[in-house]
Design a protein around this ligand. Structure first.
Ligand code: B3K
Ligand code: ZN
Length: 895
């Protein structure tokens, strides 16, 4: 087990002296004493330095080990800090290892564990070593066969990777199944499930004409919630065939839902295991957003079958090789699905923009803070203490942005050619990020050497754009400059290759054809400028009047754009920018400016006033019926508090919250008639269907309701209460509840109680109920504090500290999505945080570490707040027996 301060370095990579060719596993499943017999054919690696067979093991009881069928000689097997070393002289050797493990006592949810009576595994990143001794690294790829034996009554279903070979009954109520995975795989993709489950099944034909069996396994009571996951799987298969020519390579593909799971889902070969949250959805229990999330997570895990499984990572530093690429693929898939469901080209473009906006919102509120704090790392990190801490927004989301930039540079066809070359070279291999980018470059004759800096440099680059208009020559000069602030361990930063998509808007609001100095003719209205140096200028010629620049269209690079725009210009772009992403961004920039201005006023005790120009621009979008409602909802939604805190210097949650409450109240009141008008017009008739057009209307409708409830007039509260009562689906019911919760009206309590009663036995829906209360703002000082409510909710019988979903909803909601309440001036939020992190860490370090991360960005706050947080951080850091997971987070925070 790595100890705190034990740094693993990327540069230290060495292949192992022995790899594994075949693995035969036999599981005799028992809650307290599962016996695992593993037969490994180990083979010397000719490319590696000589050495013993290295096996990792953790929390294992070694029953026996045999070498080529015989007991080991004295001293031949050595126990090490991380497992075993076996000295052999032959090039090939068969090890037979028997271990005993206790799944019911395994609360880490890593390795083999139990959930609601069934057995499940989670092996990425290093869980396989908690099942048996093994060279548990992704560069060891082998062929697996698996035999499972279990009690037939409690575990009637026995699943593992690949194809089912045989099943049978045994004496004493036991039964067995044998599985074989025909593909080479690393141990982190191994999985087994033994539980009482039922499946929804479909048979589909792949592009080459093979019939394959698809199964979604859930508890029988949940069978009425799996249709959407199955549809999503089929859509994903089709999309990967059409867009990348990639086909399912197995005869059977299974998805299993489990209630206790540390993250979203896991791409085990042929046997994806999912958190129930990302499988189960029907109109009565899932919101539009839940439907969308199920679709994208199903797609993500399915896409891993090629990007991650067929070609995997050489070592964990290369994680973004599979994660950045696969997030990029699932984002493209979602955008295509949204566009496909639209009924006009304009609607399709808007639907794509809405997807892009959601991705960028996630990046700004999740990845930017990470990149500005003590955990900042390049998408391909150089070191780690605990690999589980590096499944980060940087590796995933920023990693996806880096892949998107490659697409921008190479074009669709060039990108596809690069992917084809990647699979032709590396199928069945464990490779590096350099291998991937090398294929992209080779397939296109492109030079991506400078571009590779995105893989090694941490921090969010600042991109400064300055324009100069020369009326005499009709020339507009755009100067782009870049700089990246220092991050831990990287004081100096170098210029990156940044693709910057730019357009120029004429005085009438229409895009201008672009002509750069030296070009014969004007071309398109959007141009990608390649900034490779610290600063460079471009001269646009042939212009009749001074244009308004629209920079970083479609968010062509993951940077912070610094551009001087007054209110008037922002309002102009909010009304006219032809790039829908930038139109939304103009609105966000305007809101950010207004909110931070109000927060400064609140901090200084000044009177808060919402600028008129902002009100006009906001209202113009609200009443614009020619725009897609989903898009309008995005433009009128406030930037997240997490993002605003990054932008506020120093960050101070209390005045920020005061500003947000004031803005919502004022806007809600001033525009009540417009909100009401749109609300009434947008009603969706008929039976619920998950469809972007309907979802867009519901989304804008719920936004209107939130602003109205913020104002708080009796008509508004009545409207929300009525929607709550008569809602025909969860999106409306939850939308109404969210609006009521963001008010101090008495209907709030009634609705919360009614929601709880209706869903008291429904774990996933109750997660929403916990989350809403943990994240609620306080609209009057008379209301009980959120901390008191969270403590009280922990006593609810439906809450459990050992279920990650419950922890993420209630504690995660409070620590990460309710800044003003968590950072209360008496420091009680931090004391509670320390208490919970330590309690969680005793059982589940991965979940504890996620909660611990809520305070890593503490240095952005005011000195008074920092002083209070330091006490809590030091208290956790000083705790005896801290896991390496939490130790790394608090150590870096304090370091
Ligand atoms: N690959 C898994 C994540 C595993 C996390 C391990 N701590 C899910 C995914 O990204 O698809
Ligand atoms: Zn993934």
């Amino acid at each position: 087990m790595p100890t705190p301060g034990n740094l693993i370095l990327r540069e230290a990579y060495q292949p192992l002296a022995y790899g594994v060719e075949t693995v035969d596993l036999d599981f005799n499943l028992d809650p307290q004493a599962t016996v695992v017999t593993s037969r490994l054919k180990c083979v010397r690696n000719p490319d590696a330095a000589a050495g013993p067979v290295v096996l990792f093991g953790e929390a294992l009881e070694l029953v026996s080990i045999a070498i080529d069928g015989a007991a080991p000689a004295e001293g031949q097997v050595r126990k090490t800090e991380s497992g075993l070393e076996v000295n052999v002289s032959a090039d090939e050797v068969v090890l037979t290892i028997v271990t005993r493990i206790n799944p019911s006592a395994n609360l880490t949810l890593s390795g083999l564990y139990q959930s609601r009576g069934g057995f499940y595994t989670q092996c990425e990143a290093e869980g396989f070593r908690r099942i048996t001794y093994f060279p548990d690294r992704p560069d060891v790829m082998a062929r697996y066969t698996v035999r499972l034996e279990a009690d037939a009554a409690t575990c009637p279903v026995l699943l593992s990777n690949g194809n089912l070979l045989e099943t049978g009954t045994l004496p004493n109520g036991r039964h067995f199944a044998r599985w074989e995975d025909p593909f080479l795989k690393p141990s982190y993709l191994f999985a087994l499930v033994a539980a009482e489950l039922s499946a929804l099944e479909r048979t589909v034909t792949t592009m080459s004409g093979r019939d394959v069996l698809l199964q979604v396994w859930v508890e029988a009571r949940d069978l009425d919630r799996v249709e959407h996951a199955m549809d999503s799987l089929i859509h994903s298969m089709r999309w990967d065939e059409e867009v990348f020519g990639l086909e399912l390579d197995l005869d059977r593909f299974m998805i299993v839902a489990v209630s206790d799971f540390n993250m979203g889902a896991m791409e085990n070969k042929g046997l994806n295991i999912f958190n129930t949250k990302y499988v189960l959805a029907n109109p009565d229990t899932g919101t539009d957003l839940d439907f969308e999330n199920v679709e994208s997570v199903v797609a993500h895990e399915y896409f891993h079958n090629w990007t991650g499984n067929r070609v995997t990572c050489r070592d964990w530093f290369q994680l973004t090789l599979k994660e950045g690429l696969t997030v990029f693929r699932d984002q493209q898939f979602t955008a295509d699905m949204m566009a496909r469901a639209s009924d006009s080209p304009a609607a399709a473009a808007s639907a794509r923009a809405v997807t892009r906006i959601a991705n960028v919102r996630g990046l700004r509120s999740g990845q930017f803070p990470e990149d500005a704090g003590p955990m900042a790392h390049p998408i391909r990190p150089d070191s780690y203490q605990e690999i589980n801490n590096f499944y980060t927004a940087t590796v995933y989301q920023k990693g996806a942005e880096v892949i998107r930039m490659i697409l921008t540079l190479l074009g669709r066809e060039g990108f596809r050619n690069g992917m084809d070359l990647y699979f032709s070279y590396h199928d069945g291999q464990a490779v590096t990020c350099d291998d991937f980018v090398g294929c992209m470059a080779e397939a296109n004759g492109a030079d991506l050497d400078l571009f590779m800096r995105w893989y090694s440099q941490a921090g969010t680059p600042r991109l400064k754009a300055e324009g100069a208009w020369d009326a005499a020559t009709g020339t507009y000069t755009l100067t782009l400059s870049q700089s990246t602030p220092p991050t831990p361990g990287q004081p100096e930063k170098l210029p990156l290759h940044i693709p910057v998509a730019v357009g120029l808007i004429g005085p009438d609001g229409a895009d201008l054809p672009l002509r750069l100095e030296g070009e014969a003719n004007a071309g398109d209205t959007t141009r990608v400028l390649n900034l490779k140096e610290a600063s460079r200028s471009w001269r646009f010629t042939g212009l009749a009047a001074e244009p308004v620049p629209s920079v970083l269209r479609g968010y062509s690079a993951p940077v912070i754009l610094e551009i001087d725009e007054d209110d008037e210009r922002l309002a102009f772009r909010m009304a006219h920018d032809a790039d829908p992403f930038n139109r939304w961004d103009a609105a966000q920039r305007f809101m950010e400016r207004v909110v931070l201005g109000l927060a400064a006023d609140a901090a200084a005790g000044r009177k808060l006033e919402v600028p008129q120009a902002f009100g006009h621009a906001f209202r113009a979008l609200l009443v614009n019926e020619s725009l897609d409602p989903a898009f309008v909802a995005e433009t009128l939604a406030l930037p997240s508090e997490a993002y605003l805190l990054e932008r506020m210097q120093p960050a101070d949650p209390a005045p920020l919250r005061a500003a947000l409450i004031h803005l919502m109240r004022e806007v809600g009141q001033a525009m009540q008639a417009d909100f009401l008008g749109r609300y009434l017009d947008l009603e969706v008739e008929g039976e619920y269907r998950y469809h972007p057009a309907d979802a867009g209307k519901r989304s804008l409708r719920n936004l209107c309701l939130r602003y109205l409830a913020a104002w708080g007039g009796p008509t508004a509260i009545d409207l929300a209460a009525k929607q709550f009562e008569h809602a025909g689906n969860m999106t409306e019911r939850y939308g109404a509840l969210a609006a009521l919760v963001q008010s101090d009206a008495p209907q709030r309590t009634e609705a919360l109680a009614a929601f709880h009663d209706r869903y008291r036995d429904d774990a996933l829906v109750l997660d929403k109920w916990f989350m809403l209360q943990a994240t609620a703002w306080r609209w009057s000082d008379a209301a009980p504090t959120t901390l008191d409510q969270v403590r009280a909710l922990m006593a609810n019988p439906a809450f459990s500290l050992s279920n990650p979903n419950k922890v993420y909803s209630l504690l995660g909601g409070y620590f990460k999505s309710n800044a003003a309440e968590f950072h209360r001036p008496d420091g009680a939020g931090y004391a509670f945080w320390a208490e919970q992190v330590v309690a969680l860490d005793r059982n589940n370090p991965q979940v504890a570490s996620r909660m611990a991360r809520a305070l890593e960005g503490w240095r952005k706050f005011t000195p008074e707040i920092q002083a209070r947080i330091r006490v809590a951080l030091e208290q956790v850091a000083a705790t005896e027996g801290l896991s390496p997971d939490v130790a790394e987070i608090v150590g870096k925070a304090l370091g």
